[in-house]
Design a binder for this molecule. Structure first.
Ligand code: NAP
Length: 329
């Protein structure tokens, strides 16, 4: 296995290399300008109860967006926090448990009934489980929340035609990914979707694999939504770099104090780390682009496996087969 592939494979190397990545010199994409605002735009963001999602919700509200926070917890207090931080009252909260596909369907129904349409969707929520767990969906939890839920949510929103398409700017679908999507050597096509046991030692590796699935899905989605060279949707992905969030909440209690200290000292605050998410949501520089990927505030190609159209097609087919069997889409 080549060395770069091992960068984010376990909690220790992931933390160390995440910190090292922060100090590498890279060319920035640019700055959001004062006139790049989101007044009149409606944004749906998942996982807005904590960390990066919560900070993004505040920043988007400060830019004038109407923000729908789709959350599993924190109703109503996290919404109140966003209102207070942004000075905006245009904040709404809807409940969703992304490990339960019925709950995702309910969320989409509620969006349709209450808001009719949205301009921007940010798929931010994710989990790092300490061990393999069966979710309400009938699939392993990380596979379910970090990949399948995104596939279902996006496709249901598209099926219900909930994106506003008659604006000057294209609808934007933004996936919060991770550089760890580059780690896996290959796709596990043979037993795709099958419950796999893993423990703490392998959870970061599994997390990287599901980020690969999500990033491959993002690229395939962009190809499918923009088939003839005239972009109709922007499908973006990004890695925010290491964030001082609650992502490592399932780390064993004995390591928590040290981890919290390392996160606090070296990782970025969610307020700072959300810059690429906010940039991709609001910047005019990326207007009309069918796809893009940022690592921190620098443009990068996605991993070759994720960008490969054959892999994208195969992933779409395998996922559809898996979900159709369960009548989930
Ligand atoms: N932290 C990092 O260093 C880092 C690095 C690269 C990428 N990222 C990515 O950044 C994104 C945000 O993570 P974070 O770092 O901000 O972690 P976080 O503080 O743990 O936030 C994760 C969010 O996802 C939500 N979530 C988890 N499972 C859910 C479920 N079943 N249904 C609905 N919501 C669920 C959580 O809700 P609850 O509050 O209810 O649990 C929380 O709001 C993730 O996609 C993560 O992979 C993080």
């Amino acid at each position: 296995m080549n060395k770069t592939k091992q960068k984010y494979n376990n909690p220790f190397t992931a933390t160390l290399n995440g910190i090292r990545d922060l100090f590498k010199k890279r060319e920035r994409v640019g700055e959001l300008q004062p006139d790049e605002r989101l007044d009149g735009k409606r944004v749906l963001i998942t996982g807005a109860s904590s960390g990066l999602g919560l900070a993004t919700a505040k920043a988007l509200a400060q830019l004038g967006a109407e923000v729908i926070m789709a959350v599993r917890s924190g109703i109503p207090e996290k919404g109140e926090e966003v209102k207070k931080a942004s000075g905006s009252e245009n904040i709404h909260m809807l409940h969703v448990d992304l490990s339960d596909f019925g709950s995702i369907r309910k969320l989409v129904k509620e969006i349709k009934e209450k808001f009719k349409k949205i301009d921007i969707l940010i798929c931010n929520a994710a989990v790092v489980s300490k061990k393999a767990r069966m979710a309400k969906s009938g699939f392993e939890e990380m596979f379910s929340v970090n990949y399948l839920a995104k596939f279902i949510l996006v496709n249901l929103i598209l099926k219900e035609d909930l994106f506003i398409k008659d604006r000057k700017s294209l609808p934007r679908i933004i996936f919060v990914s991770s550089e760890s999507h580059r780690n896996p050597e290959k796709f596990e096509w043979e037993d795709f979707g099958k419950f796999r046991e893993y423990g703490m030692g392998k959870s970061v590796e599994r997390y990287g694999y599901y980020k690969l699935l999500m990033t491959t899905f993002a690229r395939e989605l962009s190809r499918r939504l923009n088939p003839d060279g005239h972009p109709e949707f922007s499908v973006f992905a990004l890695c925010p770099g290491p964030v001082n969030s609650n992502i490592a909440r399932e780390t064993p209690a004995v390591f928590q104090p040290l981890l919290k200290l390392v996160f606090k000292l070296f990782f970025r605050s969610p307020e700072r780390a959300c810059e690429p998410v906010v940039y991709l949501a609001a910047s005019k520089d990326v207007e009309g682009k069918p796809n893009d990927y940022l690592f921190l505030m620098s443009r990068k190609p996605v991993d070759e496996k994720a960008g490969n159209p054959e892999n994208g097609k195969k992933l779409w087919m395998k996922t559809t087969q898996l979900l159709t069997r369960l009548n989930n889409i």
